[in-house]
Design a protein around this ligand. Structure first.
Ligand code: GCU
Length: 669
């Protein structure tokens, strides 16, 4: 390795650039005004310049925009004609680098974009680059508990909470730097399952801490959000009801919100998981989700807050013998009739698929069905079902497919990306959120390569037209420097990882087949006879869930032409075949292979893919810092063993069910 450096700031771990021709610009930074976020931006630029080429820029305050004939340097100023909504214009002209934006946050994003270009050692002369975020809300949801644990956390403990207290320290500031550098502008710090002390986050007890945290976030253009307990009027307020239509409940929330907003006036708002997996909600009082959400929305409206209401609502006490109830239908059935009934500061948060973050699912049919409601797309970068940050699984290609899915809700601009950004229905803009994959591990994400999902999510949320490959390259070069061999090997590993994971785990969109509770490792029948509505329905002849109109009818919840496409085995995209249909093992796929042979082949291929990833990683050993190399190597070795276990469990199960031999005669138990 070239030099000793500290990698603890992930992609913001700056390395020395000995002969950077464009360092000249970094001698002086002209800052237009003393606005906190612009000040942060200038500070970030000088920090980067110091670390990368030992330059300590002079920060000079100027009055308005750059004066004529001004000297070389970087100019940061807001301009009411500049790009708005967090966008920026970054350009070079006559020895001056300028970043203008309508809003201070745009200046900050522009500075981080400039830093990325420097990290990648790209020339700055004649640069002319504009970026405007596609999504108004670009959020992270942390499922952190106040005892310091993280629900579905795979990289250490929480850095927001410990022993029922908020943690505010250097890592908090580092976190703010990292997430704002990729354009995140909203963070929910606590788990959606709000229990015990977390209910009290909205009480006086935590007001002072929240105020401090919000200030750190604010300087980086990030709004703080909290998850809320719908039953707080009872658990915290001592009322005997949480009925959203009861006057005393409304009054209680109003009073409570007044107090919360007095300490954090710019609190973004609240995320609510109601009537889901045992969490309280309006159903107890025979009220609708709209009544529940609207009551809260009215309480936060005077302060500009929003209520983000999750659509992850389903019956989790199902009987496996019941073939009519379909968990996949649930979000659609519960929320599509409520379209248009929500206050304008309510945003519905919809998981990408109708089930639960499986390696492959169709896009939720709520996208397209809701046309008069603001929506946030929820994805999960915590790899709960995709290898728990012990397997490499770069999820940005999956998110791209989701964003580009045509819902058919309008003639043009009908993709999920169009809907959430507000391009499809302009009054109903929302955004995108990810369940976060960070923790207190030094490298933040446990698996060093999982940082690509964190970085990638932010970059994609900002610019949904970036490709997964471009994002992988950008992450890689910011993290390891612009070394062609590293970039090539690492990007190949990343780009093949999601398809590989899909190959050796559950086939063709059926999902699950994992160990119950921890959701790690193969267990084909783990959830098959359980209450969670997650079945594969395999028998001696075939497998899959019939969701066409002869089955649960879920296919028909899509708009045309999607409903017809999913309705029949012939038209259904093959990667989703078993999600939508019960298919015989002897059914021939488009490539001529039988379903069972496809299952065998992909499971052998998936393992071979992991072997290829290991070879690629070993090929760059000399170029990667030893500790990172070893950490990733260990995980790749584990992934290989675990992929073999998946392969053998799945192949054996279906061989024993079907009695059909592998055409290639490989070892199946
Ligand atoms: C999954 C996950 C839970 C989580 C839930 C949710 O079911 O396993 O831990 O609480 O999703 O999104 O609310």
């Amino acid at each position: 390795m070239e030099e000793q450096m500290d990698y603890s700031m992930a992609w913001l771990s700056y390395r020395k650039i000995p002969w950077y021709p464009d360092r000249e610009y970094f001698r002086k930074i002209y800052v237009q005004e003393n606005e906190a976020v612009i000040h942060t931006a200038a500070k970030e630029l000088s920090r980067a310049a110091e670390a990368m080429f030992d330059e300590s820029p002079q920060i000079i305050t100027i009055l308005k925009e750059a004066p004529e004939n001004s000297s070389a340097g970087i100019y940061l100023y807001t301009d009411k004609n500049g790009p708005g909504n967090g966008g920026y214009h970054l350009y070079e002209e006559g020895g001056r680098l300028t970043i203008t934006a309508e809003e201070p946050s745009g200046i900050l994003y522009g500075c981080f974009a400039l830093i990325r270009k420097v990290q990648r050692q790209q020339p700055l002369k004649n640069l002319d680059y504009k970026e405007v975020p596609d999504n108004p809300l670009r959020m992270l949801n942390h499922w952190d508990n106040m005892d310091g644990s993280i629900e579905r956390g795979y990289s250490g403990d929480s850095f927001f909470f410990k022993n029922q207290e908020l943690l505010i320290n250097e890592r908090t500031a580092d976190y703010a730097r990292l997430v704002s550098s990729i354009g995140i502008n909203g963070v929910v710090i606590n788990n959606v399952n709000v229990k015990e002390n977390a209910t009290k986050l909205i009480s006086e007890d935590y007001a002072e801490d929240l105020k401090q945290l919000a200030m750190i976030f604010r300087n980086y253009g990030i709004s703080l959000y909290l998850s809320l307990n719908f039953a707080a009027p009872m658990e915290l307020g001592g009322l005997d009801t949480a009925d959203p239509e009861a006057a005393e409940v409304r009054d209680w929330w109003e009073k409570q919100m007044k107090q919360v907003y007095a300490s954090v006036p710019d609190l973004g708002g609240f995320l609510v998981k109601a009537d889901s997996e045992g969490r309280p909600g309006p159903f107890t009082y025979q009220r609708t989700h709209a009544q529940g959400a609207n009551m809260l929305a009215k309480a936060v409206k005077p302060y500009g807050g929003v209520i983000i209401w999750r659509c992850f609502v389903y019956n989790c006490t199902q009987d496996w013998r019941d073939r009519k109830t379909d968990r996949a239908r649930s979000a659609y059935d519960s929320f599509s009739p409520l379209d248009g009934q929500f206050e304008d500061n309510v945003i519905l948060q919809i998981k990408n698929g109708p089930m639960d973050f499986q390696v492959r699912e169709p896009v939720s049919s709520l996208f397209g069905a809701l046309q008069r409601t603001r929506q946030i797309l929820e994805v999960q970068i915590a790899q709960e079902y995709t290898g728990q940050q012990r397997h490499v699984c770069y999820l940005i290609p999956e998110f791209k497919e989701i964003l580009e899915f045509h819902t058919c809700c309008t003639k043009e601009r009908d993709t999920v990306a169009d809907i959430i950004s507000g391009r499809a229905f302009p009054q109903f803009a929302g955004g995108i959120t990810a369940v976060a994959n960070t923790g207190s591990d030094t490298n933040w994400t446990g698996h060093d390569l999982a940082a690509a999902n964190w970085f990638g999510f932010g970059r994609l949320a900002f610019s949904t037209s970036l490709s997964a490959g471009e994002i992988a390259e950008e992450w890689c070069e910011c993290t390891f420097g612009p070394d062609k061999e590293i970039t090539e090997a690492v990007c190949r590993i990343l780009m093949m990882s999601w398809p590989a994971y899909e190959k050796y785990t559950s086939p063709l969109g059926i999902g699950w087949m994992v160990n119950p509770h921890n959701h790690y490792g193969p267990n084909v029948d783990g959830y098959e006879y359980d209450r969670w509505g997650t079945y594969h329905r395999a028998d001696h002849y075939g497998l899959g869930v019939e969701r066409g109109s002869k089955g649960t009818g879920y296919a028909q919840t899509y708009l045309e032409a999607n409903a017809s496409m999913y309705e029949t085995i012939e038209d259904c995209p093959e990667e989703l075949l078993l999600f939508f249909h019960y298919v015989p093992y002897t059914y021939r796929l488009k490539n001529g292979k039988t379903l069972i042979q496809h299952i065998y082949d992909t499971h052998f291929e998936g393992v071979e893919d992991v072997q290829k990833m290991i070879a690629l990683w070993n090929g760059i050993r000399e170029r990667i810092p030893e500790d990172i190399f070893m950490r990733v190597s260990e995980r790749l070795e584990h992934q290989l063993e675990h992929a073999k276990e998946w392969r053998d469990q799945i192949n054996t199960y279906f061989y024993r069910k079907s009695f059909i031999e592998d055409e290639k005669g490989r070892k199946i138990y």
